[in-house]
Design a protein around this ligand. Structure first.
Ligand code: GLN
Length: 472
């Protein structure tokens, strides 16, 4: 048996039966990474870990490079954080060990500061999609998604500000969930856009998603936006029964820009949900067309403010031989940030500047409320909303790097959930003729992660897609 192919729930059974030990699991993952990662490049700075005898026991979880692990380099795949060795753990890392997991002392690749949809904006170079290495794995959590898809990780954590868990999960044929804003602590997640960011699981199946969500959820006094609400046992939601569930299909998601092949696959998935008991009806989310512009104003504004702290004094990269303090700031930021980070700092600073604040930032906040109201209205009558995760399957590397607007449009179906603060999951639902995975997105009311998992699990029980693995 190849240990690295198993899910965490399968591993737990085997570990209980003493079929093998935790050390065997870590060794299996390490050797898998060694043999496969030169092709996939899901991990950064990897030079082995199984030899470290201080590794605690626990099912290994791979961690995105923007989640702080004490003593393990965490650089957001940016030169400006080069050498940053966090003196503390993110809350999710402590929670993992409390729940019998172990955060691997190695990080997965990502777009610099999570700015991107393809993992091409990393200072370490791009990650390759394990289904077709000429294609991107999606982003920004492309390293985590590719690692899970290529069986180089049992499960992984990513972060999602506008789709960065769900879109790469969809491009790589794995399960990715963005929890409700406030469900999971952001303490120790290096901030991109604080009102949108959430950490969430990327896994091989829905049961593992529930298990990992159980481990990381809950109130954290260290994060003032974390919500003090009871966390249910999400594995109890996996009943297999979705009879009578009301599914809304938003008409605005099936118009221009969507690949007809994707549209057909999603329609088949909706038929399948109906066949196993759900009832579906067309609904409207009338402000959908504003989601991308609103997101790129709010996200860049918050990013420009969050990134102000990287000035060569406290963290990472520091320019050599500056002429005074202001020159140190300027040179450090010029040398340390990549293209996309600079673009976003400029856009965000502009949107927040005197004279433009009301016209852009304030207006965007108002439209954000309208987008949220659209969802509230639909959820008065429907239990969930089903859409494609992305308008296309994985695209070729380099295809969108010269056109940022084109790149931004690949998030068109995922960013509304972040603006509204609601939970959403992407699950595998088929393949294109070119053999690339397609993701189905399910969205629900705040704190209804259990329902998302229940629907996703029922679908999974009746379809083969989540079992497919790339030949690599
Ligand atoms: N792709 C989106 C962006 O570039 C979302 C990124 C994310 O969720 N971190 O901002």
């Amino acid at each position: 048996m190849e240990i690295y192919k198993l899910t965490s729930h399968e591993l737990s059974v085997k570990l209980n039966e003493k079929a093998f030990t935790h050390t065997d699991v870590v060794a299996a993952i390490e050797s898998r990474i060694k043999s496969i990662d030169p092709k996939v490049k899901a991990y950064v700075r990897f030079n082995g870990f199984a030899g470290q005898n201080e590794l605690p026991a626990g099912i290994p979880v791979s961690i995105k490079d923007n989640i702080c692990t004490k003593g393990v380099l965490t650089e957001c795949c940016s030169k400006i954080l080069q050498g940053f060795n966090p003196p503390y753990n993110a809350t999710v890392i402590d929670k993992l060990s409390g729940a019998g997991f172990m955060a691997l002392p190695v990080k997965t690749n990502m777009d610099e500061f999570a700015f991107g949809s393809s993992t091409e904006n990393s200072c370490f170079g791009r990650t390759n999609n394990p289904w077709d290495t000429d294609c991107v794995p999606g982003g920004s959590s492309g390293g985590s998604a590719a690692a899970v898809a290529a069986d180089e990780a049992i499960m992984a954590l990513g972060s999602d500000t506008g789709g960065s868990i769900r879109q790469p999960a969809s491009f790589c044929g794995v399960v990715g969930m963005k929890p409700t804003y406030g469900r999971v602590s952001r303490y120790g997640l290096i901030a991109f856009a604080s009102s949108l960011d959430q950490i969430g699981p990327i896994t091989k199946d829905t049961r593992d998603s529930a298990i990992l969500l159980n481990a990381i959820s809950g109130y954290d006094p260290l994060d003032s936006t974390s919500v003090n609400a009871e966390v249910p046992d999400y594995t109890k939601s996996l009943t297999g029964d979705i009879k009578g569930i009301k599914v809304g299909i938003p008409k605005e998601y099936f118009v221009s820009g969507i690949d007809p092949e994707i549209k057909n696959i999603i329609e088949e998935a909706v038929n399948k949900l109906r066949a196993i008991g759900a009832a579906n009806k067309e609904v409207s989310l009338p402000h959908t067309e504003y989601a991308v512009p609103v997101y790129y104003i709010i996200a860049t504004a918050e990013a420009s403010s969050n990134l102000a702290r990287f000035d060569g004094v406290q963290y990472g990269w520091r320019s050599n031989g500056p002429e005074g303090l202001i020159d140190l700031y300027k040179r450090t930021r010029e040398e340390g940030f990549g293209e996309e980070a600079k673009r976003r700092i400029i856009l965000g600073t502009f949107a927040l500047s005197h004279g433009y604040y009301d016209a852009y930032y304030l207006r965007a906040l108002k439209v954000r409320t309208l987008i949220k109201n659209d969802f509230d209205n639909v959820f008065k009558e429907f239990d969930c909303i089903v859409t494609p995760t992305s308008p296309t399957a994985a695209f070729k590397a380099g295809e969108k790097t010269t056109d940022p607007l084109k790149m931004y449009l690949s998030d068109i179906f995922t960013i509304s959930a972040n603006l509204a603060g609601i939970p959403a999951i992407s699950i595998p639902c088929g393949f294109t003729k070119a053999g690339l995975p397609v993701g189905l997105q399910i969205l629900a009311k705040p704190f209804d992660e259990g329902l998302l998992l229940r629907i996703a699990h029922a679908y999974e029980q009746n379809t083969p897609w989540h079992k497919m693995r790339p030949e690599i």
